[in-house]
Design a protein around this ligand. Structure first.
Ligand code: ADQ
Length: 463
């Protein structure tokens, strides 16, 4: 079996359960074949050269069968590549938020420079038959940089976030260069069929690509295979976390504290793509229009701090805090607060207990590549008395779970409030039937299948 080399902006120790979605998924794939995981470090090193690498040294660490390799960037490079271009341009535009993008001409140079640097540092660590799997929007041009250094490896790319329609993508001044970079890969994977269709439309219109067969695109003198590979979770790992001490403690505490209430839960990174203010407004509308929920329905919203060095994130935090304070002020009683807002990361071992205690799981992003919280919520429910998933139609997960979750348009406050009311009132039989189908779906499309099918398709290319 060839060695797997995974590349992503951040890496994590696969032996720790603290890590979230991507980390869990990659750890699983890497431990199957043994491998190398390469990314940038959280440390800054101002002596490190840029571009070709200068003095910068890769730090190596063993973690079981996996070698973790990290590179410290200069502050200036990190700011341009990560804060500036990746999170100031690509993240908002790929989530359809042109209004939040900051097209600072300088940042693209830093983005290119860091990708070139990563390629220069990775190249000497590669063996001839390695298979390389590159992850996410921070490192789109990595394969092109590796090819420029002579790499003939099989290289695949997976985009964890959505790909917007061509006219939105075209707002990025360097859109053509970015999309052309994808043709340096052998296989490009998207979360959903919607994203794949956007890719096909873009390359046909802007790159005059020819589509050969279902998933083979030819443009810019190269061919690339593109497909949807919806990411999943490790359902059994999640179920075993639920049996653990921390999850059981959390479940018991929640049940005791909220014995007479109905809990709704939201768990997100504090990000403007997650639709948090819209969610809280819908909850407020629920209390306003359906007053029987007062003194009962209680929303626990956990929002972990994220990218606090990007301005738009400070704005969303202020807005959310203001809304939660207002709703508690308006509807709260001495013995009941409608919203508990927690600006923190909950330990992964506790999460299943929190999900299980909640009658309704609220996953209402304005746009999301997939959204693993939706799947985790389903995995944590008691099949005999399960909660109901209220899911945004704009999450990638809606393509798979849309028939049995209650789908909402998060911009529609009244519609979302009505769906929450429906969820709170749903009879047991219907909850069971819906949950059974949702669970079967997330089991079938779990994380093992995700990496197995991606890597099989990538290696078949050259068989
Ligand atoms: P994210 O935007 O981070 O991921 P998501 O898919 O929801 O979103 O995954 C988040 C992970 O972090 C989940 O495992 C969740 O349990 C955990 N998490 C989130 N908030 C937390 C909190 N407050 N406390 C503790 N844990 C928390 C990106 C894309 C998604 C895509 C994933 C995987 O934006 O669309 O589904 O990658 O491809």
């Amino acid at each position: 079996m060839p060695r797997l080399v995974a590349v992503s902006n951040r890496i994590a120790d696969p032996r720790r359960t603290a890590a979230g979605g991507l980390a869990v998924a990659l750890a699983d794939a890497l431990s199957a074949s043994g491998g190398l995981w390469f990314g940038t470090s959280t440390q800054r090193d101002d002596r490190a050269g840029s571009d070709q690498g200068g003095e910068a040294k890769v730090h190596l660490q063993r973690a079981g069968e996996v070698t973790l390799a990290t590179l410290a960037l200069r502050r200036e490079d990190h700011d341009a590549y990560y804060v500036g271009y990746s999170n100031g341009v690509l993240w908002p535009v790929f989530h359809y938020r042109l209004d939040l993008a900051d097209f600072d001409a300088g940042d693209i140079d830093g983005y290119r420079r860091v990708n070139r640097l990563l390629a220069h540092k990775l190249m000497p660590m590669l063996r001839a038959d390695d298979v390389i799997w590159v992850h996410d929007y921070h490192v789109i041009p990595l394969a092109a940089e590796l090819r420029a250094l002579g790499s003939t490896h099989r290289i695949g790319f997976f985009l964890h976030i959505p790909l917007p329609p061509p006219l939105i993508l075209a707002a990025i001044p360097q859109h053509e260069w970015l999309m052309r970079s994808l043709f340096a890969y052998d296989l490009v994977g998207f979360q959903s069929n919607t994203d794949l269709r956007h890719f096909a439309r873009y390359v046909q219109a802007e790159g005059r690509a020819e589509q050969r067969g279902d998933d083979l695109f030819h443009a810019f003198g190269r061919s690339v295979r593109a497909r949807a590979f919806p990411i999943g979770i490790d359902v059994d790992e999640f179920a075993s976390l639920l049996q653990g001490r921390e999850a059981q403690e959390t479940l018991a505490t929640m049940r005791e504290q909220y014995a007479k209430r109905k809990l709704l839960v939201g768990v997100d990174r504090l990000d403007y793509s997650k639709g948090l203010p819209q969610r809280v407004r819908a909850f407020r509308r629920l209390l306003e229009r359906h007053p029987e929920n007062r003194m009962s329905a209680t929303l626990i919203q956990v929002a972990s701090p994220s990218r606090e060095d990007v301005d738009a994130y400070a704005d969303i935090r202020r807005e959310l805090e203001g809304l939660c304070g207002a709703i508690n002020g308006e509807y709260g009683e001495l013995d009941w607060m409608p919203v508990r807002y927690i600006h923190r990361t909950v330990a992964r071992r506790r999460l299943p207990g929190l999900y299980r205690a909640a009658r309704v799981g609220l996953v209402t992003p304005l746009r999301d590549g997939m959204n693993l919280v939706a799947k985790e919520y389903v995995a944590a429910q008691d099949p005999a008395d399960p909660g109901v998933l209220v899911l945004s139609r704009f999450a990638g997960a809606a393509e798979q779970l849309g028939d049995d979750a209650l789908l909402v348009n998060p911009y529609d406050t009244q519609g979302t409030a009505d769906a929450i009311q429906h969820a709170l009132r749903m009879p047991l039989d219907e909850r069971r039937t819906r949950h059974e189908r949702l669970l079967a779906c997330i089991r079938e499309h779990d994380v093992h299948r995700w990496h197995r099918t991606f890597l099989q398709t990538l290696t078949e290319e050259h068989a």
